[in-house]
Every structure is written in C-alpha cells, then in structure tokens.
Design a protein around this ligand. Structure first.
Ligand SMILES: Nc1ncnc2c1ncn2[C@@H]1O[C@H](COP(=O)(O)OP(=O)(O)OP(=O)(O)O)[C@@H](O)[C@H]1O
Ligand SMILES: [Mg+2]
Length: 362
C-alpha cells in the first residue's frame, strides 16, 4: 500500500494536520529543525512500531503532551492507526476501525524502508541492524517467515530460561530439538530469499555503483558453523551456555556480510559509495517486495543531498524510475533535487516550517 493521507497529533513538532501524498513521488523541503525527519519518522513508526532514530518513546510525543497519534489512509482506502501513551506505555493499534493485538498485523500491510544519512553507519556498525534490514524483506516476501519467527522467538526464550534454571535442565533436550528444527527452517527460507536478493542487487548496483558492481560479493552466515549440525554445536557448548544463560548459536545469530576480495566493503567504499550501495540494496529489497504484489513498498529517503553528488543523484533518479513504489524524499533545498524531479510534473512537493507542512503548487 501507499500513503494517501497522513494525520499526526502531537508527534514531535508536527502540527495537527492532514497531508495528501502522491502515490509515487513526494518531496519534502525545509530548513534544519523544520520537521522533515519527524514527518518520515511518523510514517516509519506506523510500519515498524518504533523510530529509526531513538528508542526513547517519550521523545516522540510533543514536549507538551504525553501521547501521540499517527494514522494513515492508503490509496486503497485502508485505514491504519497507532495511538501511544508515552507515560503508561500503552498502545492502541487499529486497522480499518478494528483494534489489533499485534503490531505485526498492521505491519503486514505496510512495507516501509528508510535511508538516512546515518543508515550506513548503523548498517555496517553491527549485525543487529543488518538482521533488522533483511528480516523486513523476509517478513514481506516469505510468508511462512513470520510464523516461523514467532514460534522460533518463543522457543528461544524457553530454551534460554531453561539454561538459566538448573531445576529445568531436564527440559533442555526438548527445547534444543525444537530450537534446531526451527533454526533449520528459518535458515532454509533465508537461503532462498538471499539467492533472489543477490541477483536483484547486482541489477541495481549496475545502475548505482557500476564500477564496483561485479566485485561486490554477499556472504551469508546462517548463525552456526555450516560444517557441523546445530545440535552437535549446542551439545558441545552446553556447559558454557549454562554459565552464560543464553543460546550462543542458531538462526537468531545470522548475518550477511558484503565483501570485495577478502575485505569487508565498509573498509573499502567511500561514504558516498556506501550510501549508494545501501540504496541499491534497499531498492533491490523493495523490488522483491513489490514482485510479491501484496503491498506496494514505501521508500523514505531522509536528506538525499547528504553524501551524494550530482552524478550519484542522477543515477538514483534513473534507478527509482524502474520501481513501482511510493517514495518520499526530504532535502534542505530544491537545487539538490534537480536531477530527481520528474519532468512530467507527476509528483508532489511540500514545504515544512516549524512543523507545519504546506503543499507547493505551480
Ligand atoms: N518531542 C518533541 N516535541 C517538540 N519538538 C520536538 C520534539 N522532538 C524534536 N523536536 C523539534 O522538532 C524539530 C524538527 O526536528 P527534525 O529532526 O524533524 O528536523 P529536520 O527538518 O529533519 O532538520 P534537519 O534538516 O536538521 O535534519 C526540531 O526543531 C526539534 O528540536
Ligand atoms: Mg532531519
């Protein structure tokens, strides 16, 4: 789905207002501190149930408020909303007027990906962010994945509780067997997904980073040594795991590394190249989500001007023409957008000032 209307109340500095977006391309212009990132953050929050820039939920509500509301009407007239009380932590989630118990039921309708000036630091900074990135694609492309994942998370919790409590050691074998089976299932789904992603990535790298496209390789680490069975590894490590109180190998430890020769790409690529690489990867994943034809992906790009020169922005504009996805791009000034603005006038542009967002027409 794509965002037709967005309404926020008491979200950061944004004024209570209804915005109507273009189904394909939208530009958000505004000075530092005007509210561009806040607007993208509101949309991201609805897709992920969290911010891309803070874990502190109370910083999301306006200084003068203890709650905020974000709601969206899609171009297919679906209505999605979240109301959050930052004092009590309570959340109300609604889809077409009906209350939902789980955020994932909302998120299944809504595939939001974001690139910010900080994205590449996070992505290359550690496996957690990489897992989050690829699991979003898995969630939307492989429908078994969310069921497997929910069950896997429960079993992992049980197994960890068992490891921490000697009175439950007799159950460890049971949870280990279940854990191994689910880890294998998830690893199998991920392997299939990554074969497609790898092929797709190459196409987008040829547009965005042509000089390096053939040299970048993807390495999938499934979360345990592939030469051994997970069961053997866990049995061998059981004394250590009981001391630590958690499971050290399995599908929750998976990672994806990208290399050129023997080196990780983050040690080779310049900052601009790292951003282009991440754009290629994000567009590749958006294409795989789009191909499933259940949701139309939404791409948020915060501060497109950061790190990207004119040629890179031109390559980016060629790339997004190949994608059927809603894109919302923020920038400080219009000149940065020149190579990206479609010549057929088929887009919308907004200006943000002190949290008030106005459409620029004409
Ligand atoms: N909880 C909050 N309540 C009210 N205002 C807030 C809150 N959190 C942040 N702000 C303010 O909201 C404004 C918008 O911040 P935002 O990060 O969206 O700006 P921006 O347009 O992305 O700026 P930049 O170009 O510097 O990235 C800032 O002035 C910030 O100080
Ligand atoms: Mg910003």
């Amino acid at each position: 789905m794509s965002v037709d209307k967005l309404i926020t109340q008491n979200f950061r500095n944004l004024k209570a207002q209804t915005l109507t977006f273009h189904s394909d391309i939208n530009f958000i212009l505004g000075n530092n501190g005007s509210g561009k990132s806040s607007l993208l953050e509101a949309i991201f929050y609805l897709g992920h149930g969290k911010s891309f820039r803070t874990n502190k939920i109370d910083s999301l509500a306006n200084y003068n408020s203890e709650s905020f509301v974000i709601s969206i009407k899609s171009h297919t007239s679906k209505q999605l909303g979240i109301a959050k009380n930052t004092l009590t932590g309570s959340t109300e989630i609604k889809l077409n007027g009906e209350k939902l118990n789980r955020l994932s039921e909302l998120a299944i309708n809504f595939a939001v990906q974001i690139i910010t000036p900080e994205s590449f630091k996070l992505f290359f900074g550690g496996p957690k962010e990489r897992r989050r990135f690829f699991d979003l694609g898995m969630f939307h492309v492989k429908h078994q994945f969310s069921n497997y994942w929910r069950e896997f998370s429960k079993v992992l919790k049980q197994r960890n509780a068992c490891l921490r409590n000697p009175t439950q050691y007799q159950m460890l074998g049971y949870w280990t067997d279940k854990f191994c089976e689910l880890s294998e299932n998830i690893a199998g789904e991920r392997t299939l997904y990554l074969v497609n992603l790898k092929e797709e990535l190459l196409l987008w790298l040829k547009i965005l980073l042509p000089e390096l496209s053939d040299d970048i390789h993807l390495q999938y680490l499934q979360g345990w040594n592939q030469k051994k069975t997970l069961k053997d590894i866990l049995d061998t490590n059981s004394i250590r795991e009981k001391e630590l109180g958690y499971t050290t190998s399995g599908a929750h430890k998976f990672d994806i590394r990208f290399t050129i020769g023997k080196l990780a790409i983050e040690n080779i690529l310049s900052r601009g190249q790292q951003k282009l690489f991440l754009l290629a990867l994000t567009l590749a994943q958006a294409k795989l989500i789009e191909d499933v034809k259940r949701v139309k992906p939404i791409l948020l790009i915060d501060d497109i001007g950061a790190e990207l020169d004119f040629n890179s922005r031109t390559a980016f504009s060629l790339a997004i023409k190949r994608l059927d996805c809603q894109i919302i791009i923020s920038a400080i000034a219009k000149d940065v957008l020149e190579p990206i603005i479609p010549s057929d006038n088929n887009y919308k542009m907004f200006h943000v000032e002190h949290g008030e967002i106005l459409e620029i027409t004409g």
